[in-house]
Write a protein that binds this ligand. Structure first.
Ligand SMILES: NC(=O)c1ccc[n+]([C@@H]2O[C@H](COP(=O)([O-])OP(=O)(O)OC[C@H]3O[C@@H](n4cnc5c(N)ncnc54)[C@H](OP(=O)(O)O)[C@@H]3O)[C@@H](O)[C@H]2O)c1
Length: 252
């Protein structure tokens, strides 16, 4: 398991001229990452399911004077290959290449024992957290390979590295995410400049964390903004040459 250098500070122009797509960009960690990437010079493609939330992030980026973003509403629960093709074609027409892809969107699903887990919830979590990542990655890979040095970040979790009771499909989906990251990184290592890593944000004060731990005082955990150095490090040039690694955004 890797940690980013503890004193890492991203240069202000780290992502100048880069085109970066963030899934689940309307809320929580994805929103913070989109804003941090834009602040460091990137043009953002904001993907998510709630248009109003994406528009709010778009407006925030515009008001701050960062590069103008693009919005691509998409529900990962029902995502199709055709939608992925449309996304790829639109990005190819507009930008020609993609420098970064942050797979961030995810759902928690049920918190119950495997013995009583329900199949509809199980398949929904696998669809959003794993299958959609596969479809998006596969269709966007040509655009990532067209960039000089692209970065793909998959979002993991502590329960995707060591299994834990009652975390069910969510935990299993994060193990699958780590697997997808490793297989893809190994396939691309010697033939492509695309690097592929996973990042576990660690406990972070978002809607998902508050749902998973209703008894916890939310302010015990860092805000999404606080964990952005790791997101910037893995997206920017300081991580060129690193691939196939599992990172933590917070020291464990
Ligand atoms: N927070 C933590 O402590 C923690 C710890 C470990 C790992 N993680 C991981 O970090 C990532 C971000 O989590 P978070 O805490 O920021 O969660 P969050 O606040 O619940 O945000 C999740 C984001 O994913 C989007 N999303 C969910 N289902 C979607 C769908 N079907 N189609 C498109 N977008 C969808 C949500 O969109 P809407 O807002 O429109 O619903 C939202 O923007 C997740 O992968 C999570 O598993 C979080």
């Amino acid at each position: 398991m890797q940690n980013i250098p503890s004193d890492y500070v991203a240069p202000t122009d780290l992502l100048a001229g880069k085109i970066i797509l963030v899934t689940g960009a309307g809320d929580g960690i994805g929103r913070a990452a989109a804003l941090a990437y834009a602040k460091h010079g990137a043009t953002l493609v904001l993907l998510g399911r709630t248009v109003e939330k994406l528009e709010a992030v778009y407006d925030e980026i515009e008001a701050a004077g960062y590069p103008q973003a693009a919005i691509f509403p998409l529900d990962l629960k029902t995502i199709t290959e055709q939608e992925c093709e449309s996304l790829r074609d639109a990005l190819e027409r507009e930008f020609g290449a993609l420098d970064g892809l942050l797979h961030n969107a995810g759902i928690l699903g049920e918190r119950r024992p495997i013995e009583s887990a329900t199949y509809p919830s199980w398949t929904e979590v696998m669809q959003v957290n794993v299958n959609a990542q596969f479809l998006l990655t596969q269709s966007l890979l040509p655009l990532l390979q067209a960039a000089p040095t692209a970065s793909i970040i998959f979002t993991s979790s502590g329960v995707g590295r060591t299994g834990r009771a009652f975390w069910g499909a969510y935990a299993v989906s994060k193990f699958a995410t780590e697997g997808l990251m490793q297989v893809l990184a190994d396939e691309l290592e010697n033939i492509s400049k695309v690097r592929v890593n996973s990042l576990n944000p660690g406990a972070t004060n978002t809607a998902m964390r508050r749902t998973a731990y209703p008894g916890e005082k939310p302010s015990t955990n860092p805000s999404p903004k606080d964990i952005m150095p790791a997101y910037l490090y893995l997206m920017g040039k300081d991580s060129i040459g690193i691939t196939g690694k599992a990172y933590n955004a917070q020291p464990l």
